[in-house]
Design a protein around this ligand. Structure first.
Ligand SMILES: Cc1cc2nc3c(=O)[nH]c(=O)nc-3n(C[C@H](O)[C@H](O)[C@H](O)COP(=O)(O)OP(=O)(O)OC[C@H]3O[C@@H](n4cnc5c(N)ncnc54)[C@H](O)[C@@H]3O)c2cc1C
Length: 479
């Protein structure tokens, strides 16, 4: 017999599981279907983010950062490390256990909030007066009838044409998070967030990393001044980055008993080049995932790029069918997916959920970290908007000096007439945490003077934020 729910969420990543929890909190009978399996075939909710994205990448970034600190930076603090070694299996095991803690945490949250969980694949069957009929395949073989459906089926890594992922030599984010031995030579195609984070992990662990990027500008979406600083610092760390390249051919070749990957490409000057590496990470973007969903079953429209077509409120073309997260337009970020999930659950419950796309923060968890919210200087120039800029370097911040982490800066962009903050850009220690203050400020439409007049703890990195706000008015106190 079919089971009836007010809301069925298909996909248990950050968009889906958060939407399900919020819907249940609002008193709606809610189910969530997720098909991700752990190594034993059991449920592993949390999606890309928890299993092969945000969480495991940050676990490895932290471990590899500790290794780099112990090997190269502890000496400056008077700490001698002799016989430093790398137990990669243990490092990867720790990462896996962090992932499992998160999977288990979500299953616990489902129970706590009375969300019914089905482990399997959800496919649309049809629609009638009772609601939308969904078949759950896999270990939970059920038919569900939903008054409302939230599709949150996420995205998959985009492969290079002619170079399918084998996850041994040619790796997506999945394989890149589980390489069993540190490759001597690692190639990364795509200098975006994922490519730079993965390249940083393996460089810190000893790989010789070359990054090939098709675009002529490094980190084109980032404020130019910050991107230039990042290129300088990453270059100093030994990350080799070539911009403006065209990948011509990727082949796996036998070399004795081993295999290597040969990347033939054309460089920015038009010269034919070859890069030979032990492993190749391909991080050239992600494609929306509707595999097995059977959108045709209910006439659910996709756009020309395969995303589920939705309006600003995440409504699809089918009444009472909504979609959130990576499977719809907008930035592919876990917190954007979560915000959309909450807003949709609230709309279903008759409330007025809202997502402010202008204040979604971005973070790249390299070292130094890069974080920003709002508009870049180049965007403001292109829009012809009059603005004032203020920057403050971490080199002039007492806490950063004490940490021994003085690279980078905080940069404010504020409207020339009203002083409203239009963008904040940070490269430096704990940028991922510091950006939250800027998000709050912009959400409340604060001026740079508002931040400049707020008391910040001393000594703290957040004083660099205050000083950058003061710099907009050319009155820094410590620089
Ligand atoms: C290496 C890497 C690092 C990242 N780091 C960050 C970061 O630091 N910060 C950040 O904000 N973002 C990060 N992201 C992006 C982030 O992971 C995604 O934006 C986020 O996971 C999107 O959430 P979602 O819920 O839309 O989809 P997903 O997380 O992809 O979840 C979709 C879920 O739906 C399931 N599913 C799909 N189809 C069906 C079906 N028919 N039936 C049942 N289940 C189905 C999938 O198995 C999956 O579990 C990273 C991504 C990668 C790859």
């Amino acid at each position: 017999m079919a089971k009836n729910f007010d809301v069925v969420v298909i996909g248990g990543g950050p968009g889906g599981y958060i939407a399900a929890i919020r819907a249940a909190q609002l008193g709606l009978a809610t189910a969530c279907i997720d098909e991700w399996k752990n190594k034993d075939g059991g449920p592993a909710p949390g999606g890309t983010c928890t299993n092969v994205g945000c969480i495991p990448s940050k676990a490895l970034l932290q471990s590899s950062e500790h290794y780099e600190q112990a090997g190269h930076h502890f000496a400056a603090h008077g700490i001698e490390v002799k016989g430093l070694g790398l137990d990669l299996a243990r490092m990867l095991g720790r990462k896996d256990s962090v992932v499992k803690q998160n999977n288990d945490g979500i299953l616990y949250l489902f129970k706590k909030n009375k969300v019914t969980f089905f482990h399997g694949r959800g496919s649309f069957v049809g629609r009638n007066d009772a609601g939308v009929e969904i078949k759950v395949g896999g270990s939970a073989d059920e038919t569900l009838i939903a008054r409302h459906v939230i599709v949150a089926t996420g995205s998959n890594a985009r492969a290079l044409p002619g170079a399918a992922f084998d996850e041994k030599r040619i790796l997506s984010n999945d394989g890149a998070l589980s390489i069993a031995d540190v490759p001597k030579r690692l190639g990364v195609i795509g200098a975006g967030v994922i490519g730079l984070e993965m390249g940083s992990v393996w460089r810190r662990l000893g790989a010789d990393v070359t990054v090939l990027e098709a675009l002529p500008a490094f980190l084109g979406a980032v404020d130019e001044q910050i991107a230039k600083e990042a290129a300088k610092l990453f270059g100093r760390q030994g990350l080799k980055i070539s911009l403006g390249v065209r990948i011509d051919k990727v082949t796996i070749e036998k070399k004795g008993k081993a295999e290597e990957v040969r990347v033939e490409y054309t460089d920015a000057q038009g010269g034919a080049q070859t890069l030979v590496v032990d492993r190749l990470i391909v991080s050239i973007g992600r494609v929306p995932n509707t595999i097995g969903l059977n959108p045709e079953g209910i006439g659910l429209a996709l756009d020309e790029r395969g995303f589920i077509a939705v309006d600003d409120d995440c409504r699809s073309n089918v009444p009472n069918v909504w979609a959130v997260g990576d499977v719809v337009r907008g930035p592919m970020l876990a917190h954007k997916a979560e915000e959309e999930g909450v807003a949709v659950a609230e709309r279903i419950a008759g409330q007025h959920g809202h997502v402010n796309f202008n204040t979604i923060p971005w973070v790249i968890y390299t070292s130094p970290e890069i974080a920003w919210v709002g508009q870049t200087e180049q965007q403001l120039k292109a829009a012809g908007r009059a603005y004032r800029a203020g920057t403050f370097p971490f080199a002039a911040n007492g806490r950063a000096r004490a940490l021994g982490d003085t690279n980078g800066m905080v940069k404010f962009l504020a409207d020339a007439a009203t002083d409203e903050i239009l963008g904040v850009h940070i490269i430096g220690p704990f940028a991922s945490e510091l950006i939250a203050e800027a998000v709050v400020a912009m959400e409340f439409r604060a001026s740079s003077e508002d931040i400049a007049r707020i008391c910040h703890a001393h000594p703290s990195l957040s004083e660099a934020t205050k000083e950058a706000a003061l710099a907009v008015d050319k009155r820094t106190l410590n620089f």
